[in-house]
Design a protein around this ligand. Sequence first.
Ligand SMILES: [Zn+2]
Length: 388
Amino acid sequence: MKNKLFLICLIISVIVSSCSDSGEVTVPADDEITAFSYSPNQNMWDSNEGAYFLSVPTSGKGIIKFHEIGTETWDILCSIPSCTHSGPECEAYGGYRWTFFKGYFYSVQRIENELYLIRINPDGSGHTTIGRTPVNNSKYASGKKNIGGFFCFQDGYLINVITETISSDVSSDYLYVMNIETGEVKELLSDYSSDYVHFQYLSAVSGDNNRLLISADLWQKGECSYLEIGITDGVVYQTIPQIDGLAAVFSANETTITYYCRNVGIMSYKIAEGEKVLQKEFDYYYLTLYLYDNYYFGNATVESPLGASKFVVLDSDFNLLCETDMPSSQKSSEDGKSTGVNLMLSSIIGFAGISDGKVWFVNGTGELTHYASVDSLLDGKPDFSPIS
Ligand SMILES: [Zn+2]
């Protein structure tokens, strides 16, 4: 689902009005950032002093925003006088995806046919190029066509997968892994053309043993399988056979994959036993969940991929605590700037992340639009407020 949104963002190229100049932004000193924690979609990062959000408009050029604890606003993380916040010279310029690792932010920016990894200080200063990795394999080009790829951060690595097709029934995959501290790139599974091709998305990593779990189609059999691959050695440790009805994976480790099965519910798959166990029945079309502070927060789609979206909160046993419509998009559509596709995207509201006791919501153009207190959602009575 996340990948689909990402692709939509890449495909639909829309000029978005740039944000107005921010006011004075006070951010914590580097050594005061004590409690960064993983945030659901990797765009929001949380600390004791404030939160950081990579606001990614449909143009794909993200802007870093900072929220000071106790306030209800987000400011652009840039201290350059009279900056227009529109290009790489801006301190808040952030590409399309980022992570926080050992004291720094790392963002991915695409420049021509490469992904650049940029290191950024927590106050927005000191943008430094750490390394580069290709977005296609033109060096192997001999009638091959790049048909897509994905990338993500995990455990101090930038994982980059490229899928290319040679003909209607032959395709190959490439897996690049960059150490984000050193910029060193390793090419794993070079021209990997076994029965398992068309990597779909990176679903999870078993962090204890530095292995990736990647979903892959079994070529010409229409089956979905998983490959468990060593991050640094490229060894395929095991292939996990087809799991029926799989729509979204929440978590995975060496023994269990927990996922949503369309119109059935939340399932666990025990890898060694090859057993599926129904954890909780649900009849949503899609359900994507993120664990935060012992609760699951997420988006549920009713009936079909284009059906109404709900925001849901579940406890650690998957009991439903809250199911609510997304907050109204009134603010975004009335701001006078939204037209056409932009208007459509600004009316799509989704879950952005959690910080400062609040759940934040973002629209399809990357603008934070609403929040509700975590407590109100746990009580099933959300107190949505628009962000002014
Ligand atoms: Zn700026």
